[in-house]
Design a protein around this ligand. Sequence first.
Ligand code: PLP
Length: 375
Amino acid sequence: MAERQRVHRYNYPAQFPDIDGLLESFREVLLDGRYILSPEVDAFESALADFVGTNHAVGVNSGTDAVILTLQALGVSPGDEVITVTNSFHATALAPVRVGAVPVLVDCDLDTMLMNPAQVEAAVTSRTRAVAVVHLFGQAVDMAPLLELCRRRGLFLIEDCAQAIGAVSGGQLVGSIGDAGCWSFAPSKNLAAAGDGGAITTNDRELDANLRRLRHFGQEGQNDHRVLGYNSRLDTLQALVLQQKLPMVRRWNRERVAIAELYRKRLSHLPITFQEGAAEGGHVYHLFQARVPSRDDLLEHLRSRGVDAIVRYPVPIHLQPAFESLGHKKGDLPNAEQLADETLCLPIRPDLPADSVAYICDSVESFFSEHRRAG
Ligand SMILES: *Cc1c(COP(=O)(O)O)cnc(C)c1O
């Protein structure tokens, strides 16, 4: 077997197509002073809207704020319920709480690892105002049944696209299907700022105007405060980073998909399952999930061989202490709990060399051959 390698999950320096050009544009902005709400931010918003295929995009300072501001801008308020899924990053469920609403958590399917549409339908009550889907790990949720449900029941449909830029559902890019797409550009995402950043995409002109007001203290103009807003704007410097990286996203996603295909092929003879159900273009592999009952042992084995594997997410939202007030207990949402126990992420990033992928696959194989001998 090959020599021990160190395989990292991230390689941020590899993500700058033209670092010198970027630094030059930083220099210009730094000396000019247009740090917020600048033409550079406008330009990135237009580029993002073009990419996603919406009429509008509004930059904010994080993905979490993108969801919070969207809910508030849509008028979701105390007493309302927002249905979302328990296996996600917890920001999706936190956002309703921040506007005084109640997150109603549903389970996922074991094979797709995504929100189960039948459970969403069953969770709708007279207080439900919105459904927040999460295109988790880079795989698009099948939006057609949820769109139909939300239209029929008069609910807003929000897409958490933080992990899925470029993914497609029913031939349409995520973030352009529901009432709003919420984006995070945190450093680990497929499109990443050099720090925090986020955005909302929408075709709704009124929503766009409300969001622009909310992100800027709720003001219409200086000293004209119509509503209670936030200070949540995308900085010029982050917009410049994102503007330079956005044209690379399609290629980077293709590279992620190619690595995922390698993993699936090389590991297909082993007792491992993967995230299934994506149609062509439906997965951009923000994370590559491998599911094995002996997850903790495999994780330790990979770590000991220098492979930077991790667990996303080891505790589903409904079992987190912060959400205790929702009154859930172990066993309530069993599929998410099982995935929390049985999945780990193998490193995936656009520039991951083929020999590193081979090394990781060898390492996974050696785990199973050693296990078989031990057993
Ligand atoms: C990253 C992420 C968020 C939050 O984004 P931030 O920019 O870190 O606030 C929300 N939802 C999902 C699914 C995420 O992965």
